[in-house]
Structure formats: C-alpha cells, structure tokens
Write a protein that binds this ligand. Sequence first.
Ligand SMILES: *[C@@H]1O[C@H](CO)[C@@H](O)[C@H](O)[C@H]1NC(C)=O
Ligand SMILES: *[C@@H]1O[C@H](CO)[C@@H](O)[C@H](O)[C@H]1NC(C)=O
Ligand SMILES: *[C@@H]1O[C@H](CO)[C@@H](O)[C@H](O)[C@H]1NC(C)=O
Ligand SMILES: [Zn+2]
Length: 439
Amino acid sequence: MSKFILLGLILTVPSIFGEKFRFDNYALYKILPKNLGEIKFLQGLYESDNRFDFWTVPGPFAEFVNVLSSPEHRNDLETFLVAHDIDYEIPQFNLQDAIDREAVKPYVRSDLTTMGWDSYYDLDAIYAWMDDLAKEYPSIVTIIIGGTTFEGRQIKGVKISHGTGRRIIFLEGGIHAREWISPATVTYITNELLTSDNEETVAAARDFDWYIFPVTNPDGYVYSHSTFRMWRKNRRPVRDTFGVDLNRNWNNNWLVVGASSDETRDDYAGHGPFSEPETRTLSTYLASIGDKIDLYLSFHSYGHLLLLPFGNTTEPLANYNDSMAIGRRAMGALSVRFGTQYKTGNIAEAIYKATGGSIDWVKETLKVPLVYCYELRDNGTEGFVLPPSEIMPNNLEVMDSLLDMILQARRFGYMSGGFEVRASLSVILMALLAKWLYN
Ligand SMILES: *[C@@H]1O[C@H](CO)[C@@H](O)[C@H](O)[C@H]1NC(C)=O
Ligand SMILES: *[C@@H]1O[C@H](CO)[C@@H](O)[C@H](O)[C@H]1NC(C)=O
Ligand SMILES: *[C@@H]1O[C@H](CO)[C@@H](O)[C@H](O)[C@H]1NC(C)=O
Ligand SMILES: [Zn+2]
C-alpha cells in the first residue's frame, strides 16, 4: 500500500466513523477479595464511582473482580484498595496493546475460506458470510431475520434444517457488544454443523432445526468495532448519553434487581420492559417458534460459567435439578480437552442477582425446557479482549460441551430430536407386524 493511500485512510476514516477511542495505558485490575467485607467495599465503589469500568460485578460469590482504570485514575483506585487491605494483580498495563493484537480480519464475499477463527470479524463480514452459507447450502441453510435495531439494521441469523418436523435449538450471541468471543463462538458452531464429519456433530445437525443469531445487538457490535471497543449496550440515545443494556430489558422481573434505572450506567434497563426494538422484535420472533424450542443457549463473556434461570433468587425454581445435572455433565465434557473448569449454577447463586435477561424470559414465558447462558473464556486475565489465539481452544471446548449437553438432555428425557422420527417409525412397523400376526 502506498504512503498516499495510507495517509488517505488515516485522514478519512475518522471523519466517516468518528474518532476511534484509544485505551493507551488503561490498566486492567484483577482484585481478589478475601471476604464479604471486602466485597462490600468494592460494591460501594461499583455503585458510586463511575470513573472505573467494572468488567465484573462484585457479587457475593465473586472470586475476583476486574476493573479497568484510565491512567489518570489508577492512583486513586490503588489508594482505595491499599487502604482497605484488598489484594490485587494487574494483568494488563496497557489495554490498547491487547486491542491492537485482536487482529480484525476482512471477509471476502463469495469466498467461505476467508472466514476463520484465528481472528475477529465485524458485522458486515459475519452477515456476508451468512449470506454465502445460504448460497453454498441452499437446501439446508436459510437466512432468518429475528428483528430490527434502533439504527435500522437487521438482526440476521441462519436456520439450519435437514427436513421438517424437527424440534429447535436456538443460539443467541452478541447481545453485549464488547463480548467479541460470543459471535466468534456462535459462528464456529454454525460452521461445524455444516462442515464437520464428526458423527455426533452430523447427528446433531440433522436431528434438530438450528436457529442461530451470532449478533443480537448489531448496532452495539458495530460501534464496538468502529469507535469504542468497550461498548456493551445498544445505541439508542437516552438523554445526554446512549444505550440500554439489552440483557436487562426483557420482560421478566424487569428492573427488580441487578439492573439500573440510571441511563449512564452499563446495566441501564431502559424505560420499560421491552422498550428497545432489539428485544421487542427478537422476543416476538421467539414467541412465534417458542413451543418448538427444546434448548436455548445465550453466549456471553466472560468467567467460565454456565448459568441457568433465574436471576432474582437463589431458590431452585422450575426444573433446576435436571438443568443443573445436565449442565454439570456438559461442563465436565468441556473440561476434558484443555482442563478449563466451568462452574454451573443459576444466575443468582453463580454470580449475582440480576433480572431482565433473555434466559429468564425464555424460560418463564416460552416454557423452554432447557435454557442456559455461557460465560465464555477467560477468567479475569484478558477479559473482553480475549487474544485471537484463544478463540479456537474456546470454540473446541464449547463444541465438546454442546454435543454432550444434547446427549445428557436425551438421557434425562429431554430433547427427543431425531428419536421422535425413529420412534414413530418403529410404532408403525409394530402395528403392521401386529396386524399381519392377527390376520
Ligand atoms: C423469581 O422469579 C420467578 C420467575 O419470575 C418467580 O416465579 C419467583 O416467585 C421469583 N422469586 C422471588 C423470591 O422473587
Ligand atoms: C432437587 O434436589 C434436592 C437435593 O438433592 C432435593 O432435596 C429436591 O427434592 C429436588 N427437587 C426436585 C424438584 O426434585
Ligand atoms: C478463576 O480465577 C480465580 C482467581 O484467580 C481462581 O480462584 C478460580 O479458581 C478460577 N476459576 C476458574 C473456574 O477457572
Ligand atoms: Zn454479557
């Protein structure tokens, strides 16, 4: 590339997309509270001091709390921690370095080989790739539109179907914009379902209808690429600021706990349940297929957790015991390949009470039998800026867990899937045999 073109890019890109925010010398803290008293101090800071970006919430069960600080405020943060005798590490001294290493790659239209999982991709790339999948596998893949965004984009997905009459597995990715590993996981699962020759994967692809939405917060995801890497919410203007947390906006125990009515905060729940076009349209779409969904998975990062409903109470509600047993076994399968340990629990007992999330609404309103939320890699060292070298290990272990989850679900009497078809076939054969015997 000539110097002239390079200069042209530098000069025009900011004017088209707005200045890209830099995180030079922003430091990521991994705070290690020793007891509930220390967690209480951190909670106070989380609630009162908006100079710090809490990447994880200081819930009662927090093993660590990640906080991002600008260089100007690091001193105050450390003074606070030292004054309260709270231990901490600093895994990242310059977040911009980690961001620079993320290596976002272009996707070349009509060339499926240019999609991969050793780097991250922007929304246009993911959408173009999905369009190409529908062209490459016309009898299996169809483009589905789950809704629309505030800025007028489509919530685009793919449906993978090998025939009619199948139950549904629904995958929801990217509802929080900055959690880039989520779309990267969901696109990988999609690709495996279409290209793998692993027997179990092939069976999973054939036995179910897969409804897959890698990016359910497209406006936020675009903004996290173009302008502000750490963006979480959607992009609706609210008073002097922007954005509603789309995973606090669902109509289930809305704004009851672990969500904010302050529009400047990252967990701002919106001005009412389903106030946002993204959640409103996606939930309407979900309701239209709800009675056919056997398994609903939401993908977030990070923290090595498998969460199940509900977020308002640690009480075991609905089919908690079965969901826990199936989830734990699946996380056992996840750990085999690289030893990554996930903790399984309902939202309130595993992290903190939080309501208005998609999985609680899907569970209670649509009565979907199995509903989980993955909090993917990692465990507080890189956080949202997970290095590209970890995308594949993450994807491989998650794929292992997903196949095992389907297996366990069947063992526990959930998700008949392909069995339904085979069972009815044997019923017909038995009936024919009986008829023949008695004639
Ligand atoms: C928590 O939410 C569930 C689902 O809406 C509800 O059935 C239950 O009564 C709630 N529990 C508490 C303690 O609020
Ligand atoms: C769930 O498991 C617990 C502990 O084993 C048991 O006490 C409880 O009765 C079970 N609940 C249901 C609904 O099966
Ligand atoms: C995550 O990190 C914490 C603190 O560094 C550690 O105690 C814990 O065992 C780790 N958990 C998992 C699930 O890897
Ligand atoms: Zn999230």
